[in-house]
Design a protein around this ligand. Structure first.
Ligand code: HEM
Length: 256
């Protein structure tokens, strides 16, 4: 993994535990490197081993508690780099941020081209929170993510969040974790409802079906790949027309 994550641990670990204890933690973890470069890659295990050593040396909290602390450190650290602004622009609500985490990581690809970023998908939302699914090819980072979420909720959304792990499934080389996130989500739902009502109220002029098909047949004739054209055909026939009316209008090449 990239050094950015380890840098944050080094910085806040020393502040939290004090220089002497931090030295002992590093020694216990067999961590010879103490200066990590943001854009260099290191072994994923360093971070996990450091969490175990914190637990062993500090004597308070288990490995998971310290991983959670490391997740919190990451958020405090990246805010110093100005990355918190990227989170703020995802929207006013915590839920909007949650649905944008994958995009945030994609934007990071320019700075961290070889990153193996996790994926996060909002499975459901309700007035009392949401269900989030996290998938990763890295194992052991569940509590790290919990720490990140707690810190972001506190620092950037000024709210209290409760996180519980509902399910953890390991299949092949991937781990999928479903979290229940409890927080006050009423404002987000109200905003969504207001947006939907607004769209329903917009009155657009009627146009004939022939005009619409003439418009789209141009782009349909230039479709780049068979799967796209197939998908479009299905959508069109579902939304607009019976299948036999739309199929003569464009050609769907199937792979031979
Ligand atoms: C906006 C600033 C962010 C930056 C610059 C950033 C950058 C990174 C980088 C460089 C990695 C290491 C990937 C690798 O080396 O292959 C990483 C991993 C990770 N990031 Fe982010 N990230 C950001 C935001 C977030 C947010 C908001 C979350 C979730 C709340 C998140 C969750 C994670 C997790 C859980 C991992 C490691 C575990 C895994 O790979 O499954 N990151 N991130």
């Amino acid at each position: 993994m990239y050094g950015l994550l380890l840098e944050s641990v080094m910085h806040f670990g020393q502040c939290e535990y004090g220089e002497d204890i931090w030295e002992r933690i590093l020694e216990h973890a067999g961590c010879k490197t103490t200066v990590f470069s943001t854009h260099l890659q290191y072994d994923d295990n360093i971070l996990i081993t450091l969490a175990s050593s914190c637990s062993a040396i500090v004597g308070k909290g288990d490995k998971e508690d310290h991983l959670m602390f490391f997740g919190r450190c990451f958020v405090r650290f990246f805010s110093n780099y100005g990355y918190d602004k990227l989170i703020r622009v995802t929207g006013r609500h915590f839920c909007e941020f949650l649905s944008e985490v994958d995009n945030l990581h994609s934007q990071m690809r320019f700075s961290f081209p070889r990153m193996r970023s996790p994926s996060m998908v909002l499975r459901s939302v309700d007035a009392d929170g949401a269900c989030l699914q996290y998938r990763s090819s890295r194992f052991g980072f569940t509590h790290y993510l919990v720490g990140q979420l707690l810190q972001i909720a506190r620092d950037l959304y000024n709210m209290t969040l409760l996180v519980s792990v509902k399910e953890e499934v390991i299949k092949d080389d991937t781990i999928a974790v479903t979290f229940r996130l409890d927080f006050d989500n009423r404002e987000f739902l109200q905003d969504q409802l207001a947006k939907r009502t607004e769209i329903q109220r917009v009155e657009l002029p009627q146009i004939t079906l022939q005009k619409l098909v003439r418009l789209f047949s141009l782009s349909l004739s230039n479709l780049p790949s068979p799967p796209t054209s197939f998908l479009l055909q299905s959508s069109f026939s579902y939304i607009l027309l019976p299948h036999d009316l739309i199929s003569p209008l464009f050609h769907v090449p199937f792979p031979s």
